[in-house]
Design a protein around this ligand. Structure first.
Ligand code: OGA
Ligand code: MN
Length: 281
């Protein structure tokens, strides 16, 4: 009979209101016994950083599965990592679409149940000082709002659509392009998400375009005010990538964006995702 000693989760905070660093070894993470603890910490901290963990594709997939249900990039896809790059030589036609990821966003606002989280690892960083990934803790940002602002926004509904992201990187899209993006559909989501846990987070970002019941000016002002607020220094963390780093985020309580970099620099990340478990509510 062999007695397995169970590794404990070891971690330290990076900033007060967002992000922790995980100190366990690759072997401890892949053993699987600390998946639940990692999930709990992810919900509390928004972002978890695994410095130079150097997972292979297979290890990243195996680790993802210790945390929840592996979400393929598209329905029916095999379980594999997805390359994330805006380099046209690697990404082909998806390069343009990924330019939307340079602006604050939540992944999967077109889905009934958005993905729970993503795990992004760095194969090739952009030149130093560029191509960080920024994260904003939208639970912490909501919590810190003055009570009268919470009262003003609780109960508001916002329309989201991927087409709205187009204007961030292409101010004069052709009607044909716009129509194609609009065909993906629009969705009405609560501005303040009350999670099953009772915690509340903001649902904003580049897919948010119209607050119901407001005129265009009032609506865009509110969405921009909330983004300014949520992306203040105290609610954000910017990760400077080294090869082999893995960063995972709670997509239900954070926004993220790639910070600008040379799109021909060959910056290459690979991503796995966790299936969502809770609809926007
Ligand atoms: C994503 C994303 C940002 C980055 O993978 O969903 O937005 O820094 N990535 O590549
Ligand atoms: Mn994204």
């Amino acid at each position: 009979m062999s007695v397995q000693t169970q590794a404990k989760l070891r971690h330290e905070p990076i900033k007060e209101r967002i992000a922790s660093r995980i100190l366990n070894t690759k072997q401890e993470l892949l053993a699987g016994g600390i998946g639940d603890e990692i999930r709990d910490l992810l919900e509390q901290r928004g972002v978890l950083v695994f410095p130079k963990i150097d997972f292979t594709d297979e290890e990243q997939i195996a680790f993802t599965k210790t945390l929840g249900t592996f979400a393929p990039e598209h329905q029916g896809d095999p379980e594999e990592v997805s390359p994330i790059t805006t380099d046209p030589k690697i990404a082909g036609h998806t390069a343009n679409y990924l330019k939307g990821s340079l602006y604050w966003h939540i992944d999967g606002t077109s889905s009934e149940v958005p993905i729970l989280g993503s795990l992004l690892s760095c194969r090739k960083p952009a030149p130093k000082g560029t191509g960080n990934t920024g994260f904003s803790n939208t639970y912490a940002a909501y919590d810190a709002l003055p009570q009268e602002e919470k009262d003003r926004i609780d109960g508001l509904t916002v329309r989201h659509g991927p087409w709205a992201t187009l204007f961030y990187y292409d101010p004069e899209p052709s009607a044909a392009m716009l129509k194609q993006m609009q065909a993906i559909g629009d969705r009405e989501l609560p501005l303040v998400w009350t999670h099953r846990s009772g915690r509340k987070s903001l649902v904003i970002g580049n897919t948010a375009h119209t607050v119901l019941g407001m005129d265009v000016m009032e609506s865009s002002l509110l969405l921009n005010e909330l983004r300014d607020w949520a992306t203040r220094e105290e609610f954000t963390y910017s990760h400077e990538w080294s090869v082999g780093d893995l960063v995972m985020w709670d997509n239900t309580g954070t926004m993220h964006r790639a910070e600008d970099y040379d799109h021909n620099s060959g910056r290459l990340m690979v991503r796995t995702k966790l299936e969502g478990e809770e609809p926007f509510a």
